[in-house]
Ligand binder design. Structure first.
Ligand SMILES: C[S@@+](CC[C@H](N)C(=O)[O-])C[C@H]1O[C@@H](n2cnc3c(N)ncnc32)[C@H](O)[C@@H]1O
Length: 262
């Protein structure tokens, strides 16, 4: 995993703003041979993979492209992740997305009615996601669902502390969602470019098994784990139920049933 990613200005005029952001996210302000850099452009942050100039930088913008298109279709309730979290049963769970990544699944859940709390440990991915969420919320009207339902937690991990930080304990999430990076994730050309960059930057999450007991401790009702179809269960623990999608399955660990909503 390349943990050190400097944050630089793409143009000299953006230098003061870049320095402010770097300070806020505790990222270096100078490039010292790292493979990746975060660049502040006039359109926001982008993640550039310096060894692969053939690859477009990763830009996270929920107001444009595929993600916006999916939402406009209103297909949220049919998404496997939404069904796995139990939204179809009339419940709108408060979800801790404890491996937030690029926030795509979390955004689906929020669009479907869940309140979502993003937790991400990689400092550069955290910064990218934080700014994408902020930009999306500012782009929308004051009463837009994103303003009420998307929450960014400080950069960190459930695994980081002997005692869970109080801001996580106090959340008392109905459900915890886990999608750690799987070691043998598909390397084929079919993998989307942004996922390839994420895989290269973050690498496999070899400590992922440790997340399951902590998530089960935290969640009031259920934990949902996204896995590639052929992957073994997280921590070798058999789920009570599953939702399948084309390439993934969502393993559902039930603590108790959601309350009946009339
Ligand atoms: C496969 S990606 C998640 C993709 C995400 N579900 C989405 O829709 O964009 C996995 C992410 O989880 C993060 N991660 C892995 N283990 C973590 C942990 N213990 N705590 C916080 N973040 C973690 C990684 O840094 C990576 O960004």
């Amino acid at each position: 995993m390349s943990f050190i990613v400097p944050l630089l200005a793409a143009e000299p005029e953006l230098q003061p703003a870049a320095a402010k952001l770097a300070e806020r996210f505790e990222l270096p302000q100078e490039h010292c041979g790292e493979d990746f850099v975060l660049e502040l452009t006039r359109d926001g942050l982008q993640l550039r993979w310096l060894d692969r100039p053939d690859m477009q930088p990763l830009v996270l913008d929920y107001t444009r492209g595929r993600q916006a298109w999916r939402q406009q279709l209103g297909g949220g309730r049919q998404e496997a992740v939404v069904r796995a979290l139990g939204v179809a049963h009339g419940m709108r769970p408060r979800v801790l997305d404890a491996t937030a990544g690029l926030g795509r699944d979390g955004l689906m859940l929020a669009h479907a009615g869940c309140e979502v709390y993003f937790l991400e440990r990689h400092p550069a991915i955290h910064a990218l996601l934080d700014q994408a969420v902020l930009h999306f919320q500012q782009y929308q009207s004051d009463d837009h669902w994103s303003r009420q339902r998307l929450h960014m937690l400080p950069s960190g991990s459930l695994l980081e502390h002997d005692v869970m930080p109080s801001f996580i304990q106090e959340l008392k999430p109905d459900a915890v969602y886990l999608d750690p990076m799987f070691p043998e994730r598909d390397k084929s050309a079919a993998v989307k470019k942004d996922m390839q960059i994420l895989q290269q930057l973050v690498g496999p999450d070899f400590d992922a098994d440790g997340l399951l007991p902590l998530a089960l401790e935290l969640a009031t009702y259920r934990v949902v784990v996204k896995r590639p179809n052929k992957a073994p269960f997280l921590a070798g623990q058999q789920p009570q139920s599953q939702v399948a999608s084309k390439k993934h399955r969502f393993d559902i660990y039930l603590k108790q049933a959601y309350p009946k909503i009339r």
